[in-house]
Design a binder for this molecule. Structure first.
Ligand code: ASP
Length: 292
């Protein structure tokens, strides 16, 4: 199969003045993932590498750019999934790590479990040799550093969450998603991003999806799995992306959302209802394209 990778930097209305920076970051992450694929690497390695790069980029709401919760702390959510065996791992509300996406992968590959939360997730990360990243470093890198009292009132605006989907030469699909969640969220709040079928999904028989937007709404329609089922039912990825967004709007009100999709043939779809969702794709056939 011809490998392909698609990466997004979040669907939002609040970063119109930073689109140029977002394009640079998303393109760099897509190139990083593509380098893995083009050297024969797995889809899982590619999406993890792309997302790690965005977790290091303070422009994005993940890792070192995570939004702050109402206590001015960083609590992060991440997931990975691979479509050959439906392998899945996730962390929620994790603190003091630089790369939650890699901890999610360790959960998938080194435990009999699927989701680790909070202190247990951190304890697991340490036990696997993941270095400690002091909270001050994550907060200092936050794109909302520090929340002013008036910003601590939660406004359900989608942010700059990141996600990547890929297909490798063997035809295996994979997804990785990482986020600091919504700015001003209540401590302990978990969004769609780490939840299987909501923030992301991958099944070699259906396709793969990475979502962004208002997590509470995306969960209600099991956004990513629904999009994959639409592809399994015969829609092409672009039709499925548009259809699942219509469903989100119809069933949950005017919720913000965006999605990137790949079907098992490596065809791409994307849709969003916010001002921007910077996303880029690289494949051997079509080279690089980037949209916002
Ligand atoms: N979906 C994320 C969440 O609800 C936010 C985002 O996509 O920007 O935590």
């Amino acid at each position: 199969m011809e490998p392909v990778i698609v990466v997004h930097g979040g669907a939002g209305n609040d970063f119109d003045d930073r689109v140029a920076e977002f394009r640079v970051g998303v393109e760099r992450a897509t190139q990083t993932g593509w380098a893995v694929l083009s050297q024969g690497g797995s889809a899982l390695n590619a999406v993890e590498a792309a997302v790690r790069m965005l977790e290091d980029d303070p422009n994005f709401d993940a890792g070192h750019g995570s939004f702050l919760n109402a206590n001015n702390e960083v609590e992060m959510d991440a997931m990975v999934m691979e479509g050959a065996k439906l392998g899945y791992g996730a962390v929620a509300g994790i603190q003091r790590v630089s790369h939650p996406v890699s901890v999610a992968r360790l959960v998938m590959e080194h435990t009999p479990h699927s989701i680790f939360v909070g202190a247990g997730a951190e304890q697991f990360a340490r036990s696997m040799g993941v270095p400690d990243c002091p909270m001050e470093e994550l907060v200092a890198g936050s794109s909302t550093h520090l929340l002013r009292p008036e910003d601590r009132i939660f406004r359900p605006h989608a942010g700059d969450t990141v996600g990547a989907i890929a297909m490798d030469a063997s035809g295996t699909l994979a997804v990785a998603v990482s986020t600091g969640g919504m700015a001003g969220k209540m401590p302990g709040r978990v969004g769609d991003s780490p939840i299987i079928g909501c923030g992301g999904y991958a099944d070699n028989e259906l396709g793969t999806a990475a979502a962004t937007g208002s997590g509470e709404a995306l969960m209600k329609v099991v956004f990513s799995k629904t999009a994959c089922d639409l592809m399994g039912g015969g829609l092409n990825p672009q039709q499925a992306a548009e259809e699942v967004l219509r469903l989100l709007e119809r069933r949950t009100g005017s919720s913000h959302g965006g999605i990137i999709l790949l079907n098992p043939a490596g065809e791409v779809g994307s849709a969003f209802n916010t001002n921007h969702m910077v996303h880029a794709c690289i494949s051997g056939t079509h080279g690089l394209w980037i949209k916002d």
